[in-house]
Design a protein around this ligand. Structure first.
Ligand SMILES: *Cc1c(COP(=O)(O)O)cnc(C)c1O
Length: 411
């Protein structure tokens, strides 16, 4: 089920202070979810969630997560810079890029971030740019070799990420000669899954592979990074994944691979699962059009939330103060882009909408604002934090045309 935790009055409070469209994030919800994750894996003493910065790269959100004990999973130089500005350093930062530019590797090494190498060609690149540290992570692409431990991971064959399992031992031996002492393994084989199994299987696969490589290389297996990919219930019929159950199943897989041993740290890089349900895009109906179908035009568009346009993703929509009204109309809910896929919903049953009504687009707290763009000169919206104390804080102002022009030469 989509997230309905915030009452209409919370949105009304924000609307009194800020013009639409804007994103509203629920601090209490984010904190509760991250604590649930930590509790599910608390059996592992070294457990750490590295929040995937790209999902919601707002410093105020990242500060909340850091206060809860999270590290930051960065995917670019700019995200590393943001982490640095927030005071993160060393093992607070995980750096997972692919096709890594040399200067990014060098900067990650300078911050002493834990670097997640995506390919064997990165070994020489790192050696030349920053040097091989004590501890590194290697990103695994199980391809069909993952089938030894489960039969779900064949989908990795056409993924661009990670090393083939058969390349890793040699890579680790090369790294050992260059000074590596400890290693971690990382894999992200699914995205937005509501099914526990692939996630738990991936954990089991990495545990066994790590134990094997430790024996073969004499390097210490320091951590297993289960990465992100857990889904959230976008649709009314979707069921949330039970994170406690996942924690328990991963614990069993850990025991079966490592016996009584407890020193292998467990990491996650959940993005969507942690903040996704706790962000809402709030927009106003500014246009109504009745042709072959009935259209409601909003003051937000795909440039503010791209997922429906590019993946056909479902986001639940509610109309403020019409919770109990019958859903006896069918609308396409659109933005203003000159692009026919600029639709937040197609053929959606909704209450009758009048111009001026406020629509809340649910579960937009991850890969929402951050995927925004400026096509058609449409600008990215403000972001507002609904704090645990019940206040509203502008944590990113809306872009203005001056921002759009800032990279251009108009003289
Ligand atoms: C995108 C990404 C994540 C987060 O994915 P979610 O689907 O938001 O959980 C974690 N790790 C890496 C390396 C990623 O690229």
């Amino acid at each position: 089920m989509p997230n309905f935790n915030l009452s209409d009055s919370v949105f009304e409070g924000a609307l009194k202070r800020f013009p639409t469209p804007f994103y509203l994030y629920d601090e209490a919800g984010i904190v509760k979810t991250v604590r649930d994750v930590q509790s599910a894996f608390s059996w592992n003493k070294g457990f750490k969630e590295y929040y995937a910065v790209k999902a919601l790269p707002n410093p105020e959100i990242l500060k909340i997560l850091m206060k809860e004990g999270c590290g930051l999973d960065c995917s670019s130089y700019t995200e590393l810079l943001m982490a640095q500005k927030l005071g993160a350093q060393g093992e607070d930062i995980m750096f997972s890029a692919n096709a890594m530019p040399a200067f990014e590797l060098a900067f990650a090494a300078k911050l002493k971030a834990t670097i997640n190498l995506d390919d064997r060609s990165d070994v020489e690149l790192l050696h030349q740019n920053g040097g091989v540290p004590d501890l590194l992570s290697l990103r695994v692409n199980p391809g069909s070799e993952g089938k030894g431990h489960n039969n779900i991971m064949g989908g990795a064959l056409d993924a661009k990420f990670g090393w083939m399992p058969s390349q890793i031992k040699e890579g680790l031996m090369t790294l050992k000669n260059l000074g590596l002492k400890r290693f971690g393994l990382h894999a992200m084989t699914v995205s937005n899954t509501l099914n526990r199994d692939p996630w738990v299987h991936s954990a089991s696969y990495l545990f066994h592979l790590g134990a094997e490589l430790e024996k073969e290389t004499g390097l210490k297996l320091d951590f297993i990074n289960l990465s992100g990919g857990l889904g959230i219930p976008y649709k009314p019929e979707d069921k949330a994944v039970d994170i406690q159950k996942i924690g328990e199943e991963v614990r069993k897989a850990y025991q079966s691979a490592f016996g009584g041993r407890q020193d292998v740290r467990l990491f996650t890089e959940l993005g969507r699962f942690v903040t996704g349900p706790h962000g809402f895009l709030v927009a106003r109906a500014i246009h109504k059009k009745e042709i072959w179908r009935d259209y409601i035009g909003l003051d937000a568009c795909a440039a503010n939330l791209m997922r429906p346009a590019i993946y056909g993703a479902y986001h639940h929509i509610t109309v403020l103060n019409k919770k109990d009204a019958p859903k006896d109309k069918v609308y396409d809910v659109t933005g203003a882009l000159c692009e026919n896929n600029d639709k937040f919903a197609v053929n959606r049953a909704l209450p009758e909408i009048k111009i001026g009504d406020v629509l809340v687009i649910h579960d937009a707290g991850a890969h929402g604002h951050s995927m925004g763009y400026q096509y058609n000169g449409r600008l990215r919206s403000a972001e507002i934090l609904y704090t645990a104390e019940g206040d509203y804080r502008l944590i990113r102002r809306a872009e203005t045309p001056e921002d759009y022009f800032a990279t251009l030469n108009l003289d």
